[in-house]
Each structure stands twice: as structure tokens, then as C-alpha cells.
Write a protein that binds this ligand. Sequence first.
Ligand code: SF4
Ligand code: SF4
Ligand code: SF4
Length: 293
Amino acid sequence: MPREIALHMRGGVITERDPQFCTIRTRIPAGMVNSQMLRGLADIAEKFSAPGLHLTTRQTIEIPGIDSRNLQAIAAELDRNGTPIGSERDEVVNVTACPGLPRCVFANIDSTNLAKAIDNRLFGREMPVKIRISISACPNACTSPMLNEIGIIGRISPIRTPGLCTGCGTCVEYCKEGAISIKKGVSVLDPALCVQCGTCIRSCPFALLKSSGEHYMISVGGRRGRHPRIGRELVVVRTPEAVVDVVEKVVQWVYRRAWSGRLLSEQLEDIRFGQLRDEIWNMLPASVLFEDV
Ligand code: SF4
Ligand code: SF4
Ligand code: SF4
């Protein structure tokens, strides 16, 4: 098959209304580009007479209006620029992430490097359904991870130091969920209301609220679009390495069991979500599984 046609058939090359032209979507995990890559993209767009650049909802950059006869040449330039052609079909598409650590004051995890690790392992894998993966470094969930086929949220649970609380109430003020109250002169946590954002831990002037250590909640089966749906919690793990292993397991599971033509959210029972959860619990060492304290 001629290389231009092969390129035209792959994900990341989107035929426009005028079929002579296509939009090129790039692969930019977590939307992280350095200034050199950004300049390179602008130069490439100009060289191939693109009318401009487009920032997508999945944190990639698209170059529209590319003559399909130039696909091979632009693919080579994008490779050299470190922003190769991406994906948008039934495959693992661009992994999105919020800024996370060390930038955001609310962050519990390093979300952008986790996105790169997942991208490195799984990007572009052909699937029966589209797999969108999104990471937020805290329960504020700025990238709406639970509205993706696979979502990851970085969390931290507070642990009270018994007997030392002064009852100053600072943590009560900081908790937006109303999960902490002062009873009999000391702070009391309601685990049912706590979303594990970790804010109260950083607020205590006496450092009496300890951290459980960061953990990663992984959800499956969310979606945006016409009929949004929130994904189901699959498992909570303690390390980024375990996250990558779990995400790979989910992708393999979906690859073997899902049907094309329906979104993953519509076939969670058919792919035996419960059995997937059991297998993941059996696959992981107990030391990386997180259970609420
Ligand atoms: S999800 Fe949390 S850590 Fe990420 S950008 Fe939003 S507030 Fe910051
Ligand atoms: S972790 Fe967040 S939600 Fe939970 S008690 Fe602390 S501030 Fe409130
Ligand atoms: S901020 Fe610290 S000392 Fe004050 S009520 Fe909360 S846990 Fe107790």
C-alpha cells in the first residue's frame, strides 16, 4: 500500500469536508510541549500552508487544512519535532492530565509524568472501542477523569493524631466537604463525607493530621458526549507503577472482550467488570492495594 494511503488510513489523520485535505492531530501526552516543540509546530503549520493551529479538548494540537499529498512529508517533520501524528479512532488516544505536582497547590500526585508513562506503554493501541484516559492529581478533578473510559484521581486521606488536637478548628474551616467537626474539644472526621483531597492535612498549624500517603483511584467506563456517564471505581493503588500495570490490564481486558460499535460504558456488564476487578485484586501485591483507613 502506498505510504500516503497508509498514513491517510491511520488514526490522527482526519479527512475534512473537502476530502483533498485533512487535519493532523498530534500526540502530546498531558498536553506538555516545550517552547521549541511549540515553535516547531508553528513552523510546520506555516510550511504546509495550514490556516492555523487548533488546541483540542484532549490537550493535543491539530494542524488543519493539510493537502493529503503532503502526508508523508508532514509526518516526517512532526516525528523530528517530537510531536508525531496522534490518534482519534478506536484506539488508546492522547492521555490527558492536569498540571499536578509540583505546580498545583492542591496536587497529591505527579500527574503529567504518570500520563507520559501510560502513553509510553499504551498509546495508539488498536481497540474495539475508543479508550480515553485522563488523570487529575486531586479530587477537584479538573480534567474530569471519571468521564473518561479510564480515569485516575490522586488522593490522600487524613489520619488524626489521637490526643493532641487543640480543637482550634482550622481544619474545619479548610474542609469544603463539611467532613470535620469539633466534638468535645477535638476534631472528628466523617469518612463518609471525606473525598480524600488532603487539604486539611496541610492546614493544621500543629501538623497533627497525618497523611495516609498518596494513592490513585482508578475508574472505568465513564464517558462525555451526548449521554455523559460517570465511571465506576475499579481499584485504588499506592504507586504510579501499579497504575500503569492496572491500566494495561484494563486495556488488554477490553481488547479481548468488548464489542466494536458500542461505547465501553454501555458494555461494562458484558465485559464482566466484576471479574476484571477480582483479577486485578489478585494480580497486585497487597502492599500496593489501598484500602480506606
Ligand atoms: S485536579 Fe487538583 S491538582 Fe489538578 S489542577 Fe485541578 S486542582 Fe490542581
Ligand atoms: S481530606 Fe479533604 S474532604 Fe477529607 S476531611 Fe480533609 S479537607 Fe475534608
Ligand atoms: S487544625 Fe489541627 S489542632 Fe486544629 S482542630 Fe484541626 S486537627 Fe485539631
